[in-house]
Write a protein that binds this ligand. Structure first.
Ligand code: AFP
Length: 351
């Protein structure tokens, strides 16, 4: 047999063997206890993703998956059954893992403590279990967003006060899982952005793309233009600009993870600015905007609240919201320039 026949299976095998946990260790280039911990944490997050993906794929066939629970969450929003399930999945996979001492999610008023993990697992998992949950009932994409932080201090009062002293640069890792036609996990340990696709036949996330770079500029602007008259004039000016110039196209799915993934791959900008009713916008700093900012900056992009780099923001409360302008360098800079111009004009007019 011709020896070259062997090259294709070898390459395929190599690719199939690059699982997430192996990739984490390769990225860290060490095998010490901290590296093993991070690898194991990522493995657990992947398990949560697999469990959520499995339930979503059968959502229309099973009882008690679709629809609302009838409760309101800490943000005053109606809770969906899938939000509750996914939130509990993350807790379950980390119980008795010895890895994570605290989990904080937008679905829980206070963090969930796992005291038996605390002497060893000094990590905190921050997550949005189902982002874009209004898409669940109509079989469109949703996501999970996560970040890992080192716990500092003992937190004996169980108020997670140390999280209110850290900015986004202190995240050790961040990423998202996109439940679309396939299930995709995208993560960064602060050394580039890498994507994995869930191979259902193996039950493993397999490396798809390493060191993803976001284009410096792209055609997409992604925002809910239904809020146009609630926005500040600067954001309206930017929107008028893209309407009047060629080369822009709008895409907005109602699920941040899907919109961000499109922008990561194709370039452009996602905006969720403040509105007259909610000046800080809708998205939460610890569970959504800081993890995504970490990831997009690692891919060479940019993220801000319009004025300040997103990763410089230190939350004053756990569920703090922040405006978000995120995506390709040039497109985020363009939006920021409209905001600065507006402020300068206001100062000149003495407002
Ligand atoms: P839900 O999880 O409550 O559906 O919110 C999704 C989300 O936080 C984010 O994924 C979307 O980009 C954004 O809200 C959509 O919000 P609007 O409906 O206000 O545009």
């Amino acid at each position: 047999m011709d020896a070259s026949n062997f090259t294709i299976p070898e390459q395929t095998l190599d690719r199939d063997c690059t699982t997430l946990s192996r990739h984490v260790l390769q990225q860290l280039r060490r095998f010490d206890a901290d590296a093993q911990d991070l690898s194991a944490i990522m493995n657990r997050i992947a398990l949560a993703g697999k469990l959520i993906a499995r339930r979503l794929s059968r959502a229309g066939l099973m009882a008690d998956v679709l629809g609302f629970t009838g409760d309101m969450n800490v943000q005053g929003e109606s809770v969906k059954k899938m939000d509750v399930y996914a939130n509990e999945v993350f807790i379950s996979v980390f119980k008795q893992s010895g890895l994570v001492c605290r989990l904080a999610s937008e679905e829980m008023e206070k963090p969930y403590y796992i005291p038996e993990n605390c002497p060893i697992g000094r990590y905190t998992l921050l997550y949005d279990p189902i982002d874009g949950s209004s898409n669940v009932d109509i079989n469109l994409e949703v996501g999970s967003i996560f970040a890992i932080r080192q716990q500092t201090g003992t937190d004996l009062a169980e108020d997670a006060g140390d999280l209110l002293t850290q900015n986004g640069h202190q995240q050790l890792a961040a990423g998202y899982i996109l439940y679309g036609p396939s299930t995709l996990l995208v993560y960064s340990l602060g050394q580039g952005v890498h994507s994995f696709i869930l191979d259902p036949s193996l039950g493993e996330f397999i490396l798809a793309q390493e060191n993803i770079q976001i284009p410096a500029h792209g055609p997409i602007y992604s925002t809910n233009e239904g809020n146009f008259w609630q926005w500040d004039e600067a954001i309206r000016d930017y929107t008028r600009y893209v309407h009047r110039h060629e080369g822009y196209t709008a895409r907005y799915s109602g699920a941040l993870v899907g919109d961000i993934h499109r922008i990561l791959m194709q370039g452009g900008v996602f905006l969720y600015p403040g509105t007259a009713k909610n000046p800080a916008g809708k998205l939460r700093l610890l569970y959504e905007t800081a993890p995504l900012a970490f990831l997009i900056e690692q891919a060479g992009g940019k993220a801000s609240d319009g004025m300040t780099p997103l990763l410089d923001l230190v939350p004053q409360k756990l569920h703090q919201r922040t405006p978000l302008i995120i995506g390709s360098q040039e497109d985020v800079q363009l939006v920021e320039s409209f905001i600065r111009d507006r402020q300068r004009r206001q100062q000149e007019e003495g407002h």
